[in-house]
Design a protein around this ligand. Structure first.
Ligand code: PSV
Ligand code: MN
Length: 387
């Protein structure tokens, strides 16, 4: 008999995780970006690679784009995605790689530069119209490095005005999600450093503006699942950027550094009604600097699936009873029992029953796809940061 009941299986069958197009390009640190044979040279090849992840896992039906890295003929890119069994997802804006933005973009003191940054976001919404994407994700690299350098209050006011202009351009079911990050590239103050600032800014806009929580964007030791709980409680958790970290914004494979944290986060998602809720997008935001990119993404979505399965196994009734009676150790034991359950054999069996490979990592490795793209993709410039 399976450890999963029908409700668990229905939840697992519905799960979908969006992949970042940039995970398929080369990436690295400020010291070195390593190239890999077969790395995509354009957005079309990135989509082809992303489609492999969905093919072996049935977990990743959409791919997020980054503008301008993925600028292309979006009608053709959309058709290419559909031909490969996936769809285009969240559009990410980029105001962090242009000289004009050294002192800010949506917060800039200079109205000409601020206008340019707003217009970039309006152009991203044009892209969403062409791709059929619902969400515009905004992450801002702005802030300052030295006390006294910037008028922090004035920058919040300009940020509100800029976001308002962008928000007004959204139509239909389009949404904006505002991502926060506590530091980097600015080291003294950041204009959207935490969930509270993101919440304050999006709450001032309206219902279609939400918060994006990137799991790598908090100070070490932060109780991220508390933030998840609070944002769900407030109806403002729009999306996750999943990844894991040992130190700062490491962008490692989700669940690699701290599987227990991922379990705790997903438990709060389930408890708060956020699992398989279209209002809460599950995305990855990762870089594969030293490992193969496609298997890195397969491993990532499987890690999310595995921790979801474990979190679904928490006996919520027993937990509530223990909490009510003040039985600290019993409550903790109920929680830990689910976390320590090895769900891998049951998931493998369930996958096979759905016509999927029991072991997607092994099946992809056996397919020869990595060798094929290494042989086929000769010449051209490999995609990486900046393309
Ligand atoms: C910033 O660190 C971030 O998390 C944002 O989501 C960006 O869009 C992404 O990384 C890619 O640079
Ligand atoms: Mn992110």
């Amino acid at each position: 008999m399976s450890i999963f009941n029908a409700d668990h299986l229905a939840a697992l069958a519905q799960q979908s995780i969006e992949l970042p197009s940039w995970a398929f390009g080369n990436s690295g640190t400020r010291f070195k970006v390593y190239g890999t044979p077969g790395t995509p040279r354009d957005p079309f090849e990135k989509i082809s690679d992303a489609a492999q992840v969905h093919r072996y896992t049935a977990l990743a039906p959409t791919v997020a784009l980054h503008i301008p890295w993925d600028l292309s003929d979006f009608t053709a890119l959309r058709a290419h995605a559909e031909d490969n069994g996936v769809a285009l997802g969240t559009v990410n804006s980029n105001t962090f790689q242009d000289d004009d933005y050294k002192f800010g973009a949506l917060t800039h003191e200079d109205e000409v530069i601020r206008r340019k940054a707003i217009d970039h976001h309006l152009a991203c919404i044009d892209v969403m119209d062409a791709t059929g994407s619902r969400d515009l994700k905004i992450w801002l690299a702005e802030g300052s490095n030295y006390p006294g350098q910037a008028d922090m209050r004035g920058r919040q006011d300009r940020l509100h005005d800029s976001l308002q202009q962008i928000y007004e351009r959204l139509s239909g079911d389009q949404r904006m999600v505002l991502e926060y990050k506590f530091f980097e590239p600015s080291f003294y103050h950041t204009d959207v450093p935490d969930w509270g600032t993101s919440y304050a800014q999006v709450a001032a806009l309206g219902e279609r503006a939400m918060v994006c929580l990137d799991t790598g964007h908090h100070a070490p030791g932060t109780n991220i699942e508390f933030i998840v709980m609070q944002l769900l409680r407030l109806g403002k958790l729009g999306s996750f950027d999943f990844n894991s970290r040992f130190y700062a914004d490491d962008d490692l494979i989700v669940g690699a550094a701290d599987p227990f944290q991922l379990f705790r986060i997903i438990f709060e998602v389930i408890r708060g009604g956020g699992l398989n809720n279209p209002d809460v997008a599950f995305m990855l935001d990762q870089c594969h600097n030293v490992e193969d990119k496609i298997p890195g993404q397969i491993r990532s979505v499987l890690n999310v699936q595995e921790m979801t399965a474990r979190a679904l196994l928490v006996d919520r009734e027993a937990l509530a009873a223990a909490q009510r009676s003040g039985d600290v150790l019993a409550a903790n034991a109920v929680f830990m029992d689910a976390f320590y359950t090895d769900v891998r054999p049951a998931l493998a069996e369930w996958r096979e029953g759905r016509g999927l490979p029991a072991d997607p990592m092994a099946a992809f490795a056996a397919s020869g796809y990595l060798q094929k793209i290494a042989d086929d993709r000769v010449g051209g410039v490999q995609a990486g940061w900046g393309a």
